[in-house]
Design a protein around this ligand. Sequence first.
Ligand SMILES: *Cc1c(COP(=O)(O)O)cnc(C)c1O
Length: 494
Amino acid sequence: MKYLSTRNSKIKVEASEAVLKGLSEDGGLFVPETMPVLKKSLKELSSMTYREVAYEVMSLFLTDYTKEELTACIDAAYDEKFEVPDIADLHKANGAWFLELWHGKTIAFKDMALSILPHLLTTAARKNNIKDEIVILTATSGDTGKAALAGFADVPGTRIIVFYPKDGVSRVQELQMVTQKGKNTKVIAIKGNFDDAQNGVKEMFNDKELAKKLSDKGLRFSSANSINIGRLVPQVVYYVWAYAKLLAKGELKEGEEINITVPTGNFGNILAAYYAKQIGLPVNKLICASNDNKVLYDFFKTGTYDKNREFILTTSPSMDILISSNLERLIYHSAGNDSDKCAELMKELKTTGKYTVTSEMRERMKDFTGGFAVQSEVSEIISKIYKNDGYTIDTHTAVGAFVADRYKKESGDDHLTVIASTASPYKFSRAVVGAIKEKEFKTEDDFALIDMLKELSGLPLPCAVKEIMDAQILHDTVCEKDKMKFEVEKALSL
Ligand SMILES: *Cc1c(COP(=O)(O)O)cnc(C)c1O
């Protein structure tokens, strides 16, 4: 199975090349030429381990990796780095199942994909006889950065440069990044927001002159952002795994449809759920949950995507995004896999900041429904679930929980609901403790809040938190948003 660019279906590459490149040279995203179908029944999957399910799902998409190669990647990724034996976990609360995806090294769901991406990438380089050193260039809204740094630190043949918005991440997120060890790592704060960081990175990817300078030095860029199919494909796995696990627990009958609610920013995690449905997972609705930056909610409601609005910094910073890159893949599929139509809309987005899809396209997106939660609603649901179920969730997961709750009440749709739980509450202690205590904590020390959360939640302190407690700050570069390229050239001595 080949991968095509969403903006030009004449560009066709193997899966491993798509993983290596990240983004197509025309600025498009790689999409599978045809959707594969699960080979094993859900019943068969229900007795498998996470790694086995991972193989079943990933082998459908990464068709030019051999069985040995893919198994080696999976085994290297999903091991004791995860603090629960099953890699992911399921927890019932508030009438839904929370799919906990944050038991990895950096306590956010990004670990699920970023612990395997370095292996997929170095394997792809070997398969394609690439001798260049791979430079991972990444923009982060907080969690991708650290998960990518952790995944790539000291991986031979790679370097990694991460840009994050200086005032757009939590203190714990920032500390996790700026204390990153590894000779091949570089972390840079920019004076701007996530969209600025993401745009700067995208421009560098499309910069021919920069590419030439890199190749003269035996270097080449690749991306660890969720636009890379090497991130998307591993994310399909846990939705299939969750279904299989619920089936094994007797919570579902084989073939029974479920609803999946995903707190969304860049539209990567929910797109993975959509792909899970495409390959045969019985899914009724995909519920896209936004925070105050509800550009996706408005899109699903009206058919117009419009990023011309105020950017709001919220208590769920990893979802503070106005340009959801992965939506381009859904646009392409809903246009009937028409890359010309997709290219036209993306051009409109670039020039006017908005576009409107056709009614036919909207019809093809009807599996999706959107919802949003403002910050007071996020606090409300954290407090409610804490009081009623004794379960503590983070602010991002809370966006999902609130939206799932409201959707169920308003629609009467009572399919079993799985909510993607995307971060450990420890990552956002200030907001979570504030919600539970119904009090605003502005000046308290972050570590004091972590202690309070430990007391309140009874959750064991993850290694990721212990690590930053006395780690040294190793990265302190801050740059203007139009100086990103300069910083990259400096870091790579170009
Ligand atoms: C990245 C992130 C999200 C959003 O995921 P997307 O794939 O960008 O939609 C949600 N919650 C947390 C905690 C995240 O780190």
